[in-house]
Design a protein. Structure first.
Length: 672
């Protein structure tokens, strides 16, 4: 039986000893929100290894959490079971039953066949309404102040991604209009700012997260109704001060929430308590204003190394036209900065291609291309992803637009398998098409529909681009006039609609054509900024496909290829770089780094990358030998002194990329 999120395109497999016939059930039977429910009859349910299972009694009290190998038995009674799988899933069952977490599978088994209610909830969040604002900064401040109406709680539990709702949309108009009943929660927190768009944009995610109202003031500062004041114009400057405030409050909320509904042993809590005087137990029940006062008493330097690598930094030009983007970057809890970067000469972007071209390899351009772009490298920031919303073509960051995020919101539910479309429009590039059999659709437990097309005409390409698919991988020639076909060219700017969610245009200078696909309906994709040499493009295409197939988002996939490959600055991301083509097996996308200590001993570092399912605030517990503590996602978690057998057993649990001696292998390659 498969539980599907038809919007986010996630699947969660529940294995039963024999086939079942699900029948619709009443979702109100579940104590936690569900979107749909069914009833099945079975004696057992098998889950993917390392699926975290929370068991509660009929009153909602936590009885057990099974997250590593071991078994738990439960007697007669009614139980609610929460499964942390690729789709949030709930079970309502009657005991007695046993949960046995084995190395390769977790099994819930009953003494005899019984009825089990299965409920699922989509991780997709839609804004409840739209707020209209003028370009006047005072109106923008009022509009921003109600974005926090989407928070599902103002307690520290809002640090869980599922308890932060998508902020209302913003649109520009002739007058301010806030829908009736839409207001910020009463948290007693306000942020005073000079009324400029640059100040407002930077403070927006923090205001949302704290449920704070924005009000005009002479100097930027955080103020509570209990008299606490925190000035943002400190030694690090306004933007860094706001970024640190967001990271500080979010991180310490994650620590304090361990006293709440999910009572887990958190590594970061133990470390914070060893370094500071923070009274976690007392703070849990305190009002937000008192929590903030205690949080800001902790020197940031004492916790800086514990704060997870931030998911996203977005560089946004303080133009009124970018107001509509703010709800989307806020939904990601992005750090917002005004654009700051260094100019990159066109010769630097082209350097690798020119060098390789001298080796008599072919390039993937179809004809004449112009080099009119202005390249810029955003100032470095400690984030997994960076986005650029300003003039110029970013190097090392995603060029995003409000359209990309709006397309993601408007994504229609789709039943059936994950759709992958591969197009090869040049016979000399057929070597890259081995991804059809070797990569795409090779995930156990996931259903794919992979279509390959070759040497298309203009009409055929237009038709295929219009058809719905989750991912399009194009191999061929592109120039200023568009995609090369056997009878001419197709310019993406002439397309009214494209059906793909994500794409990879592995052709020369496909940046403009990629942006046109986003404007026509796509969410995001990987493109090229310069000419690319065929042999390099084949390698890049295969490698990126493998990362995408394991659940890495677009920008994270490209970052890994840049770091451990040789494509340098030739490739970039347009649209929404956080989009994943398929789900990651364990929620997070995972990279392992292995270092040999001596002949039989290894150190292993487990690095997680956020995904749409596991955003900021999600937890991870690697299956290291004897591991009992959870960690916050986007951390580097290191286990030292593993034997060769322990290392092998761990790497066999999941198909992951492994970095060893500065080279990347897949686990099965590394272990062979």
């Amino acid at each position: 039986m498969v539980v599907r999120d038809n919007v986010e395109r996630h699947q969660f497999l529940l294995r039963t000893p024999s086939s079942v016939s699900p029948e619709p059930a009443d979702e109100s039977r579940f104590s936690l929100p569900t979107d749909a429910a069914v009833r099945i009859e079975t004696t057992a349910i098998g889950l993917a290894a390392n699926t975290v299972v929370c068991v509660r009694d009929s009153s909602g009290s936590m009885l057990a959490q099974i997250d590593q190998q071991g078994a738990e038995q439960f007697g007669a009674g009614t139980y609610s079971i929460e499964l942390f799988g690729a789709v949030k899933t709930y079970l309502e069952v009657d005991g007695p039953f046993t949960i046995d977490a084995k190395p390769l599978e977790t099994v819930l088994s009953f003494e005899e066949s019984q009825t089990v209610l299965v409920g699922g909830r989509s991780s997709h969040e839609s804004p409840a309404t739209t707020v209209t604002t003028t370009d006047d900064p005072l109106d923008v401040m009022r509009a921003i102040s109600v974005l926090s109406s989407a928070l599902k709680t103002t307690s520290v539990e809002r640090s869980y991604p599922t308890l932060r709702g998508h902020p209302p949309l913003l649109e520009r108009g002739d007058e301010l209009h806030i829908p009736e009943g839409l207001q910020a929660p009463e948290t007693g927190v306000r942020i005073e700012l000079p009324p400029t768009l640059s100040h407002i944009f930077v403070a927006t995610p923090l205001a949302y997260y704290l449920g704070a109202t924005l009000v005009p003031g002479e100097s930027p500062r955080l103020v509570t109704d209990t008299g606490f004041v925190h000035e943002f114009d400190g030694p690090h400057g306004f933007e860094e001060g706001v970024a640190r405030a967001l990271k500080r409050t979010f991180f310490l909320d994650c620590v304090v929430r361990t006293e709440g509904i999910y009572d887990v042993e958190l590594h970061e809590r133990q470390t914070v308590e060893s370094r500071t005087d923070l009274d976690v137990e007392t703070l849990y029940d305190k009002p937000l204003s008192e929590q903030l006062e205690s949080y800001f008493e902790v020197p940031y330097e004492h916790i800086a190394d514990l704060v997870p690598e931030w998911k996203l930094t977005t560089h946004v030009a303080p133009d009124a036209a970018n107001v509509e983007l703010l709800p989307f970057v806020t939904n990601d809890l992005a750090v917002v900065r005004t654009p700051d970067g260094t100019s990159v000469p066109h010769s630097e972007v082209q350097a690798t291609a020119v060098t390789d071209f001298l080796r008599d390899d072919i390039v993937r351009s179809a004809g004449t291309t112009t080099a009119s772009e202005t390249y810029v490298r955003p100032s470095s920031d400690n984030s997994v992803e960076q986005a650029w919303v300003s003039d110029g073509t970013p190097v090392g960051a995603t060029k995003t637009t409000p359209t990309a995020y709006q397309n993601r919101l408007q994504r229609e539910p789709t039943t059936g398998d994950i759709g992958i479309t591969v197009i090869c429009n040049d016979q000399e590039m057929l070597a890259e098409t081995d991804i059809v059999d070797d990569v795409y659709g090779s995930r156990n437990g996931l259903s794919f529909d992979v279509d390959a097309h070759y040497n298309l005409s203009r009409a055929e390409l237009r038709q295929i681009l219009a058809e719905p698919t989750d991912f399009l991988h194009y191999i061929g020639h592109i120039d200023d006039d568009g995609f090369q076909c056997r009878d001419g060219k197709v310019d993406a700017e002439t397309l009214d609609h494209v059906g793909t969610g994500a794409f990879f245009l592995n052709a020369c200078q496909s940046y403009d054509q990629g942006l046109a696909l986003v404007e026509a309906g796509a969410i995001g994709g990987i493109v090229t900024l310069s000419e690319v040499i065929n042999s390099k493009a084949v390698t890049a295409g295969r490698t990126i496909a493998r990362y995408l197939n394991r659940g890495f988002p677009l920008q994270a996939s490209l970052q890994l290829v840049r770091k451990y490959g040789s494509v340098a600055h030739q490739y970039a991301v347009v649209g929404d770089g956080s989009l994943s083509v398929v789900q990651a097996e364990s929620g997070f996308a995972v990279l392992c780094e292995v270092e040999r200590v001596d002949t039989d001993t290894y150190d292993l570092t487990y690095k997680t990358y956020p995904t749409s399912r596991c955003g900021p605030g999600s937890l991870v517990i690697p299956a290291f030998p004897g591991q009992q503590k959870y960690h916050l996602g986007s951390q580097r978690i290191t286990e030292t002194g593993l034997s060769e057998e322990e290392l092998r057993d761990f790497l066999l649990l999941e198909q992951v990329p492994v970095v060893f001696e500065d080279a990347v292998y897949w686990n099965y390659e590394f272990l062979s």
